[in-house]
Design a protein around this ligand. Sequence first.
Ligand SMILES: Cc1cc2nc3c(=O)[nH]c(=O)nc-3n(C[C@H](O)[C@H](O)[C@H](O)COP(=O)(O)OP(=O)(O)OC[C@H]3O[C@@H](n4cnc5c(N)ncnc54)[C@H](O)[C@@H]3O)c2cc1C
Length: 484
Amino acid sequence: MTTRTDTLVIGAGAAGLFCALRWAEHGSVTLVEAGPDAGNPLPRWGLYDYVLPEAHYYRYTDSGTGQAIPQGRGLGGGSTVNSAAALRGQPWCYDGWQVPGWSWADCLEGFRAIESDQQYPDAAYHGADGLIPITRLEPGPLDAAVFDWCGTAGYPPADDHNAPGALGYGVWTTNRRDGGRWGTWAGVVPAARRAGVRICPDTAAGRLVFDGTRCTGADVTGPDGPERITAGRVIVCAGAYGSPALLMRSGIGPEPALARLGAEPVSVLPGVGANLMDHPWCLLDVDVTDPALIEARPVSGALLRYELDAARGEHVEAEIFPWQTRPYDLASPPTRVSFTAALMAPRSRGRFELTPAGPELHVGHLAADADAADMAEIVATTAELLESLAKDGLITIGEDAWWRPGGDLAAACRATVSSYHHHSGTCRMGDPGAPGTVVGPDLAVLGTSGLSVADSSVMPVIPRANTNLASMMIGFRSGDAIPA
Ligand SMILES: Cc1cc2nc3c(=O)[nH]c(=O)nc-3n(C[C@H](O)[C@H](O)[C@H](O)COP(=O)(O)OP(=O)(O)OC[C@H]3O[C@@H](n4cnc5c(N)ncnc54)[C@H](O)[C@@H]3O)c2cc1C
């Protein structure tokens, strides 16, 4: 069967749904999504649970460490399975991209357009009527104790973590309505349907179709079998792993990878799959002495952000925050709290490869010595906070806690580090003449026409923030960046 659409969007995640909505302003849009649509109205678990049915995940493995790497699948993509932490990143993140049209001033317009900020709708840098509600929840007792320590330690308060340049302590900014996660499934699907977007769940794009180097559509497989969808333009929004995988299967990528896959080269681009980035985190698990200390705010309470050695001028940003482990690991006791120490400006880079046997991920957390040293510093600061909370009788720390003094803390961090789930950068946007660039500032895939990528994979450098809002912003701004 063959169908025709003006714009074909592949992947209905954080970026893809905003992308489809914007392109509906210009004609017909078909949006294919490999995973399920769990229904409308949304089931309660879709809003409030942190362990979702298995159909909503891809399960990757880091080939270097054997660690599990989950990714979102189904309407909303990662924004359906995530924790709804909603940070934008700092102005210098986007200015540092040095890509025309993607400065902080440019991206801010996108951030404002997608949000309706519940506490600061009138601030010049916030939006009041976008589809994603941004809110700050009441802190619980453990959060209040963390704030006390932060104040005593000399960190400034930050009432709004999404104010440009905000650093310090305050409650998380989150994308929630009535306490439930409000990602692109809840927030954008209804608007996209009203705008006439044809949304096809359970439909995976196998490969892109070309006439020479012009992309003319994709071969997909859905509930009714194979279908060829021809399109005036194709926009790939399949995420940090799905997008490079689809490009490589379709003949766009490094020459050796295409040869291994037996894919006829359409555009040889060594950057596809390279530049893989993620924020590394180390978890310091403790127990509260009274479950009530954490159950008032199991997730999205206190957040401390600061820069390591600000004098270096490199904006090496850290996050420290507690969360109750049980919502994510149902076997955990209700007293268990994971304190996160996260490095938000990592230098380490990994790579994604596609082989005939399947995907290979080499994330490379803390591969750079400077990252390991920085992580040790963040963990040491987190440990100081924990010792203070223990002294006040709020938590207990295991005798054998991995971060306690006595060894090489950087090595201990390397042995413990895992993923904050912010995979990005595998189809890097940049100067078309620079090595490693996959898409230009207009999101067009180099060496092709009619084909763009618009999602977390185009980020040239990972922002100092959780990547959901930035991915939505990229999807939204694809409506401006790609010539209609
Ligand atoms: C467990 C977890 C927790 C997270 N927590 C947070 C958080 O609290 N805050 C935050 O800011 N960020 C968080 N993130 C990261 C954030 O969700 C992602 O950065 C964001 O979703 C990336 O958006 P995207 O559009 O690039 O990709 P995705 O949202 O992953 O969307 C890609 C979509 O494409 C589909 N797809 C892939 N291949 C194909 C194909 N061949 N055909 C059709 N469809 C395809 C996928 O099924 C998926 O739905 C988390 C991520 C995970 C996995």
